[in-house]
Design a protein. Structure first.
Length: 191
């Protein structure tokens, strides 16, 4: 059963990775760099500050930092336990797939997917009442993580597993954040 799942995962990876072309390699390399998302993060920070105020924004940022630290470390634990080779390092397929970037670390599961989905989940549940279309925030982890398939760095199962882990931890941290907020730093009601 697991072998069949991994085989399907590899086939789907080969298909999705094969959709790329040299024309778009620089774009997807740009997208995969976390630092290139700083403008989005600054916009989100501004939006959070405008809706929650300075003190609440600081509290939320502390939870975001703890969440990213936790998901990042758990990703490393899973990678060191599963030892799944990245597609770019897999000798069975790396000679005929599109390898745009190479990483020597393990693949399962994607830290890009888990971190971005965790943060998007926490922010979505925290701020959704303020914005009608805030669900669009989930486009960020989708595009961000797809870049990893495009570049030859992750299989789809790595991405989906990262999403599931990120969503679960993001929702859990949101729940803890709400309890802490109600108890220790409640929102002030505007007159």
């Amino acid at each position: 059963m697991l072998d069949k799942l991994l085989s399907l995962d590899t086939e789907l990876f080969i298909f999705l990775n094969g959709l790329g072309s040299e024309t778009y390699d620089e774009l997807w390399s740009f997208i995969t760099q976390q630092s290139n998302w700083i403008p989005l993060f600054l916009i989100l920070l501004f939006v959070i500050f405008k809706k929650l105020g300075a003190k609440q924004t600081l509290y939320l940022l502390l939870f975001v930092a703890a969440l990213v630290t936790f998901t990042d470390q758990m990703t490393n634990v899973f990678k060191s336990e599963f030892h799944r080779l990245r597609p770019c390092s897999n000798p069975e397929i790396n000679s005929f797939i599109r390898v745009v970037q190479i990483r020597r670390s393990f693949s399962f599961f994607s830290g890009h997917a888990s971190n971005s989905m965790a943060v998007a989940t926490l922010l979505y549940f925290t701020l959704r009442r303020y914005f009608t279309h805030f669900w669009l925030l989930f486009l960020w982890p989708l595009v961000f993580a797809y870049s990893r398939i495009y570049l030859g760095l992750h299989y789809p199962l790595d991405i989906v597993s990262g999403y599931l882990f990120g969503f679960t931890t993001g929702f859990f941290v949101y729940y803890v954040y709400k309890i802490a907020q109600e108890r220790y730093f409640p929102l002030r009601k505007k007159d």
